[in-house]
Unconditional design. Structure first.
Length: 77
């Protein structure tokens, strides 16, 4: 399972999702869409040119601003 979090350091929801994943011992990569142009372009490609976050990808699944229940379901084998 490959988990990636796209967001911004100042975004409370992004921080909440990162903290949740850490509390569940889930390895993930974090991409700051304000500092990483490639990450920002990837997110824009998903949402008709709009920069939306937080976004969590689990393998091929894309979750926009997921609730914890949605995230839990996506990361549970």
């Amino acid at each position: 399972m490959v988990v990636k979090v796209y967001g911004a350091d100042w975004c409370t929801k992004t921080g909440f999702l990162k903290n949740y994943l850490q509390s569940e011992w889930v390895d993930f990569d974090f991409f700051n869409v304000e500092l990483d142009e490639a990450a920002a372009n990837y997110i824009r490609s998903l949402f008709e040119g709009k920069l939306k976050f937080p976004v969590v990808t689990v393998d091929e699944q894309v979750l926009l601003n997921p609730k914890i229940s949605e995230l839990r379901k996506a990361i549970t084998p």
